[in-house]
Write a protein that binds this ligand. Structure first.
Ligand code: URA
Ligand code: CA
Length: 433
């Protein structure tokens, strides 16, 4: 089969067969199909889309382009969670011990990655001693013993996706729903998930800014999951303002500890309960979402969830005393406040801009090789809808430099204050299953 024939078929709106998609992905992965042909194909897909069976076939072809993780040594249904990414999204740090504490096995493969703040592993590494350098056998053993372990992302998974994502990035073809959906789902499936809960963000700080796009992406991923035998549920959640109050690595660990203790921010707590309930139902640990939710709430109030977090940190070398004494986490040399210039109601906190400000302070990586400062970031003192008086602090900057003018200017620009009372947008805006 000639690659050019597959490209013209897609260009003219035809449907590629499984054999054709397999050949395309295998050829591209090994290098016999060059970038210029694959970029023409990506552009054809961008304009013509893909049928439901093409999307499922593409996903599985990418899964099989590299190694896959075998979690069959762990009893039970392995449910993974994926978020399409937001600003100050601390959910994984809370959810993993929370659901593990009620019996959902959590075998989490996480990354560092680029972004406003570090990835889950960077955040966890702000706990002194904590590390993810464990081999596969130890990983499985820890999940069997403690119900929870986190390991670094293997770079041998889904090489086709890695190559194709890089190509899409420079050919204007990132923003194609079937390509995004198959990219995300291939990585989750290759990491060994039996079932998947997706947190698809919508709003300013999200990849999909429009609700209709977020819905399409969610439906597309759920359909792929269900076609390839992985029960999948998507929750659509608002990212028009940052989630929780903390944006920054150690700051988010502190926020996660508060949340596991039952005194975390309301929005973060409520999103974790929502996602966690779906995970518990998919894992077969609870009969209904309502049952799951009360089990999770009970686990927080009894201290079981926090105890699970301790066990988890300790098993991977972390200093558990940070749980009772978060001041032992890395902390920044300077604090600066951003006092409100007028009284009123907070009407908006542009999530994306707050993320950029945190990154300028050093909380995230601009490039693969930049160093991350675990201590720095921003803590919001007011969220959308709250009343603020002139001079009261809107946000606290945690910095290791005295020159924070640029970050401060972005923060002021990002936070809107209105004379009239404002109702924040609801956090959970939809569900697809
Ligand atoms: N995230 C991914 O993993 N893949 C995409 O294509 C887009 C976002
Ligand atoms: Ca947060």
């Amino acid at each position: 089969m000639r690659t050019v024939d597959l490209i013209t078929k897609k260009r003219d709106g035809g449907e590629l067969s499984k054999a054709e998609i397999d050949a395309l992905i295998a050829g591209y992965t090994e290098g016999s199909i060059p970038d210029y042909q694959m970029s023409a194909m990506a552009m054809a897909i961008f304009f013509k889309g893909m049928t439901p069976s093409e999307r499922a076939d593409l996903t599985m072809a990418m899964v099989h382009s590299g190694e896959t993780i075998d979690l069959s040594g762990i009893a039970g249904v392995k449910v993974d969670k994926h978020s399409t990414g937001g600003v100050g999204d601390t959910t994984t740090l809370v959810l993993a011990p929370l659901v593990a504490s009620i019996g959902v096995p959590v075998a989490k493969m996480s990354g560092r990655g680029l972004g406003h703040t570090g990835g889950t592993i960077d955040k966890l590494e702000s706990v002194p001693g904590f590390h993810v350098e464990i081999d596969n056998d130890q990983f499985i053993d820890l999940v069997n013993r403690n119900g929870l372990a986190v390991i670094g992302q293997s770079d041998k998974l889904t090489p086709a996706d890695k190559k194709l994502y890089g190509l899409r990035d420079v050919t204007g073809t990132v923003n194609s729903i079937p390509l995004i959906a198959s990219s995300i789902m291939s990585k989750k499936i290759a990491s060994g998930a039996d079932a998947i809960v997706l947190d698809v963000k919508t709003g300013d700080g999200a990849f999909m800014k429009e609700m209709s796009e977020a819905e399409d992406l969610a439906a597309c991923m759920v359909d792929i999951g269900n076609r390839v035998g992985r029960k999948t549920v998507a929750v659509l959640s608002d990212m028009s303002q940052p989630l929780g109050k903390a944006i920054g690595n150690a700051l988010e660990v502190r926020e996660a500890i508060d949340t596991l203790r039952g005194v975390g921010p309301e929005d973060l707590t409520s999103l974790c309960l929502e996602l966690g309930s779906h995970m518990a139902v998919l894992a077969g640990v609870a009969q209904s979402k309502e049952d799951a939710r009360s089990m999770l709430e009970q686990s927080i109030s009894s201290g079981k969830a926090l105890a699970k977090f301790r066990t988890f940190l300790e098993a991977q070398g972390g200093d558990v005393s940070v749980v009772d004494d978060p001041d032992k986490l890395p902390s920044a040399k300077y604090r600066f406040e951003a006092p409100a210039k007028q009284s009123g109601y907070v009407s908006s906190i542009a999530a994306e801009s707050m993320g950029v400000a945190a990154m300028l302070l050093g909380a995230g990586r601009a490039t693969k090789d930049s160093k991350i400062d675990l201590a720095v970031g921003i803590v919001l003192n007011k969220k959308v809808g709250e009343r603020v008086e002139e001079g009261q602090s809107l946000a606290t900057i945690h910095a290791n430099t005295e020159s924070v003018d640029e970050a401060l200017a972005i923060i002021y620009e990002a936070i809107g204050i209105s004379d009239r009372q404002v109702t924040p947008s609801p956090l959970i805006v939809g569900e697809v299953k």
